[in-house]
Design a protein. Sequence first.
Length: 616
Amino acid sequence: MFDTLGADIVVMQETKIQRKDLRDDMVLVPGWDVYFSLPKYKKGYSGVAIYTRSSKCCPIRAEEGITGVLCPPNSSTKFRDLPADQQIGGYPTSGQLSSDIDEAQLDSEGRCVILEFPAFVLIGVYSPATRDETRTEFRQAFIDAMDARVRNLVSMGKEVFLCGDLNIIRNEMDTAGLPERLKKEAMTLDDFISTPSRRFLNQIVFGGRVIGEPDEGREKPVLWDLCREFHPRRPGMYTCWETRKNARPGNFGSRIDYVLCSSGIKGWFVDANIQEGLLGSDHCPVYATIGDTVSKDGTTIPITDIVNPEGMFKDGQRQREWSQKDCLPTSAKLIPEFDRRQSIKDMFFKRKTPAADNQDTSDPPNTSSTTAHTSTALQEAASSAPSPKQSLSQSTTTEPALSQTSPGPKRRAEQPASSIRPQKKVKAALSKQPSSKTGPGPSQSTLMGFFKPKTPTPTLNPEERPSPINGNNHSLATIAETATRNEPSPAKGSQPKRSFEADDIEERDEDAVEPKTSPAKHKATDTAMEDEGKGKTVFDSIQNKESWSKLLGKRVVPKCEHGDDCQSLVTKKPGINCGRSFYMCARPLGPSGDKETGTEFRCKTFIWSSDWSGRQ
């Protein structure tokens, strides 16, 4: 995923995981460090993560939460109460928060991670959405805290980079179907722009549309909307689409994800855009690109010099490598479950041991092809760990013990005795097994044996028991097969003798022919006949199903106006029709956001399932 994005800092929102859900492929990503903000109480809810590429950038401070009331790991001191040299700063004051909601409650849902680099402060947020009236106060309190934190940091002289899912539509250009929505809700455009969340966003960004006088303390904008700066009049630049309506193919969505920066670093960015072609979520990535060199205090310097701790880069050249000591206390790599752990990539790139170097080099392996194969396997391992068999096959060139299990054609005289003895044991063990054996052993069964019904063994009288043949005690199956092979073919018109086969036994049962069975079987047969005589009928569910299918026929799905099969859905909207199923066009919603006629998008076909009786 990181190779696809091609970024050095990746901010994720709505991770929906808890600490117990963290896995190696989330934390021990080779070449990356990660910082999480996870929900404290709700399971599978919210969550923010920031990944940083260790070879390009390394933060100097990291915090969780927007208010600063949370504590670092293994500490009871709040971030806002740490010594001044350990604080990021800009914490909201009590006067800046108008709501009575507790600050700890605001940061209990895992909605913010803040990293400080020498050049700027990066704030990754997942702002609450407007779901119902019960969340209105919480949403407004979080927005007030975010506004205060950003403005306080800018007042301190620090540059700020705010990005994430703000869940706010800035203006009419950032959403589809707004005129119909306003008409339906009986609102004007000014009323739409003046809602508290949009008013906050338009007051904090340059060029925002503010109806009336600005709020107290928010008179001056401090951030730039980078995507709009590079694409000021681009329509349809949406970042989120409703999946239930399949609105993404028709681009009927909204722009609610942003990358905002303060004025001091605005000139550093050379591009900002959305990646609407990357699928996998109801949102698409939004990015901003910083140049390799930037201007600071009138001097052009490499960007790597100011996004890493002092002494790590100089004039764009690395002076020392990133190490585990550079991890900040909030880094996920310091969680006890992952601390001092190796990633799966490190396991594949172990250096050869001295024993491996001492082995025979008369037939050296193809190192280049082995390395390429290992790299390919590691790329796949980022999403799923390899099986033990795959791991062994990929590490054969680095583990000497594994290479000894397949002895080479030449004797390795130059090997030490300790490395030859285990090999002789393996050879001896292999030599005991017959090389020509291809079938299963006497106590084994073939795979087909688990699926084929076993042939019942008939019970013979003592007089009928066969005598040993050629001095060997053959089994009944062997004798029966021998007798069948040696028996002459029957003449025309004569009845062939029956052999003990499962098919024949089933045939006898169906013809009501009494076979030679045990008394217990006779009793069971008599009981079954008595039950049948009493009028008890046994129904076969499979036969009944086939009978009903023949009677009713297979139900046919109706066609829409395009001639395509409709899709079946269930009404979930509360009301009299809740729970009813219906058929409608399966195509995605069009750009208008409504059903259309004569277009390639969703048509107006709608049929209640109860009204449709079409069958084959």
